[in-house]
Design a protein around this ligand. Sequence first.
Ligand code: RIB
Ligand code: NA
Length: 309
Amino acid sequence: EVFDVVVVGSCMTDLVSQTPRLPKTGETIHGDKFLIGFGGKGANQCIQAARLGAKTTMICKVGKDFFGDNYIQNFKDNGVHTDFVGQTSDAATGVASITVNDAGENAIVIVAGANMLLSNEELQTALPAISHAKVMVCQLEINPQTSLQALQMAQESKVKTIFNPAPAIPDLDAGFYKASDVFCCNETEAELLTGSSVTNVEEACGAAQELLKRGCGAVIITLGPQGCVVLKEQKSTSDHVPTTAVTAVDTTGAGDSFIGALAFYMAHYPTMPLEEMARRANQVAVVSVQAFGTQTSYPFRASLPDELF
Ligand code: RIB
Ligand code: NA
């Protein structure tokens, strides 16, 4: 089977509380709303690509528990291929405790659990799917060595790679840059990786230059309401791609919606300029910030304007 998008990454059950503000140390506050949803950066990206019409497969590990069983059903409900979704009794399905404030901002604690047990053996089993895919996407909510191995396997087969270094680690293995056709992170991840402040478009352009030097094919730094900056190997200056201003309800997973959409565009329109893909991916992600929850807020192709396809 040939897949448009292969994601090697995480699944988390999101336990989301909405509160007026984030609690302080030692403090208990009342929240207004709660939901249990499907999350995890890898799965989020995969689900968004699938909802836009990409043929997707997920390579991941969940626990042999209620959350794990439900997660597999969620993939099936979204048309994601599940042959490479493993279940283990050695750890629980990953969970994320998420608090969202009135401004739509969040604070998240993840316990990765079963995600950390995804190993090179499972990648080898999935090699036929990896090597024939159009695009591979990886993040950092699984063992980083497994992510790096997956990206390198994809590159050896000339599969386009998108790497999202999230959550960011300060001592990122230099191999990740070389294994990334598109290195896509947000402003805080860019700060951590470059050691310089990234609070506006100008600083993001500087950080993109620095990251590009480390060996990736292109860099995208997402900037929330300011859109993103895109820097390609052949070009010496970054393009700022603005986005539409909206009132944010919940920005959790907006970056994942962007990356899932980007993967879809790279698979379906391989010759489209990267800035145009980023512009369209911004339009998809902006829908997601206007509703509560992570995957619950991701749009389907049918609800989006035709001009995005
Ligand atoms: O990027 C958003 C995701 O980060 C959430 O779904 C949560 O599971 C955490 O992994
Ligand atoms: Na949302």
